[in-house]
Design a protein around this ligand. Structure first.
Ligand SMILES: O=C(O)C1=C[C@@H](OP(=O)(O)O)[C@@H](O)[C@H](O)C1
Ligand SMILES: C=C(OP(=O)(O)O)C(=O)O
Length: 452
């Protein structure tokens, strides 16, 4: 589907969608339990893939009925830590989180599970997780023997000690921690490189805690530390039982999604003289590293206010200046920061971004090339994307969303500040994390037309 976005201003109040990362983990944790209710889930293409995997392992989501797009709660009958051997191949579609978390869950089953995904997911690295599971005594293979899906996993997994790199995907650590809790022996993970995307492991640790599961980051002496940043490894004892307090878990708002709303306000938010700006609700503090978008936008000069107690962010347009940002912890913010950089004065250097190339698409190249079509000047290095705001003058163009939700949403925000109309191809891919993105933006004032 193509959308056509014409330069426009935005204002008004909106609510952030629920967190994709927390929803995946909550659905799977509920699957690992005897049963639990997930409140305010994100219902999207990716989280539905995880829900289907839970069902494939013998759980039941929403009494076996299709999940309505507006579901406010999801009741899950779990498989009690013992996944059944699925009757069919598990299709993880476009979702890296589903594939990594479900691969480790599959290793617990006493039999063989086959996992696949769409063309994008079948090109993303799974090798380090397969190697780790193999070292733990599981048969975990790529059908093409190239570290890519389709994957074939034959359990069961008893646990043990394993080494894994931390610089490809933090999702391998999350996967091993979630599965490790229900093994007999537990899992000790030694990181062979520093961990990137560390806040996502903090999200995992926070959620595991809410489900009554103990898992601990450790330093290189094996002593417990607070938080995943700087950890040399992790320890999760086996034989644990997933059980959320009160039988239910509530998903917070999604700061990666909030980043587009905030950026839209920062580059095109107009108060209209009545004090009303862009207000984003559902922004309560949690372990999400992507909450850094508030500080990044502030550093660039945006007029942002985050009332943490109320969980509300207000933002208004003001002139932006380029900054240097390290996205080692926050890879999903790169497309948003690149757009802010394209309208800012001076250079915006997005550093430590090599792992952002292993996403639904190579987002470093994708943003350089697609923003380039709109008149932005960038310099791309393997690990750094520099956006030259002074040399950029955004104008409408036809751009390719690269079948990647974050590229589509970032380009739509850029189009707000562009002269004329921008056509974005493949706009339907927002269904991965923010299905109502274009409705939400239209309500805020974005001039957007969708082709049927
Ligand atoms: O665990 C998660 O929920 C995620 C971890 C990150 O991936 P990597 O750890 O592969 O960088 C992030 O990019 C992804 O969108 C969601
Ligand atoms: C990379 C992403 O997710 P996943 O790894 O689950 O595909 C994302 O949402 O930007």
């Amino acid at each position: 589907m193509d959308v056509h976005v014409t330069g426009s201003t935005v204002r008004g109040s909106t609510r952030a969608p629920s967190s994709k990362s927390y929803t995946h983990r909550a659905l799977l944790a509920a699957g690992y339990s005897d049963g639990a209710t997930v409140r305010s889930p994100l219902v999207s293409a990716d989280t539905k893939a995880t829900a289907r995997a839970v069902s494939a392992f013998g759980g039941r989501v929403n009494a076996g009925d299709e999940i309505p797009d507006d579901a406010k709660t999801l009741a899950i009958d779990g498989f009690g830590g013992r996944p059944a051997v699925p009757e069919d191949v598990i299709d993880c579609m476009n979702s890296g989180t589903t594939m990594r978390l479900v691969t480790a869950a599959a290793a617990l089953a006493d039999g063989t599970t086959v996992l696949t995904g769409d063309g994008s997911l079948r090109s993303r690295p799974q090798g380090p997780l397969l190697d780790a599971l193999s070292d733990l005594g599981v048969r975990a293979e790529s059908t093409r023997d190239n570290g890519l899906a389709p994957l074939v996993v034959t359990g069961p997994l008893a646990g043990g000690e394993v080494a894994i790199p931390g610089d490809v995907s933090s999702q391998y650590v999350t996967a091993l921690l979630m599965a490790g809790a229900v093994t007999d022996d537990g899992i000790e993970i030694d990181l062979t490189t520093a961990l990137k995307s560390a806040p996502y492991v903090d999200i995992t640790l926070e959620l595991l805690g809410e489900f009554g599961i103990e898992a601990t980051p450790v330093d290189d002496g094996g002593d417990p530390i607070d938080g995943a940043a700087g950890a040399a490894g992790f320890v999760v004892p086996g034989g644990q039982t997933y059980e959320p307090a009160g039988g239910s878990y509530a998903v917070p708002g999604d700061f990666s999604s909030i980043s587009y709303l905030l950026a839209a306000g920062a580059i095109a938010g107009k108060s209209g003289g009545d004090g009303e700006t862009v207000r984003i609700e559902g922004a309560r503090p949690s372990a999400q590293g992507d909450a850094a978008i508030v500080e990044i936008a502030e550093r660039m000069g945006a007029a942002v206010d985050w009332d943490r107690d109320a969980g509300a962010i207000t933002v208004e347009h003001s002139p932006l200046s380029g900054v240097a940002v390290d996205v080692g912890d926050t890879p999903d913010l790169l497309p948003t920061i690149a757009v802010l950089g394209a309208v800012a004065d001076g250079d915006t250097r997005i550093e430590n971004c090599e792992h952002v190339r292993y996403k639904e698409t190579d987002r470093v190249s994708a943003m350089a090339e697609e923003l380039g079509k709109m008149g932005a000047e960038t310099t791309e290095d393997p690990d750094v994307l520099t956006v030259h705001g002074d040399e950029s003058d955004l104008r409408g163009a036809t751009v390719d969303g690269r079948a990647d939700h974050r590229i589509v949403m970032a380009l739509a925000v850029a189009a707000l500040a562009a002269e004329g109309t921008t056509t974005i191809r493949g706009a339907e891919h927002v269904d991965v994390s923010f299905p109502d993105f274009f409705e939400t933006m239209a309500d805020l004032g974005m001039d957007v037309e969708r082709d049927k």
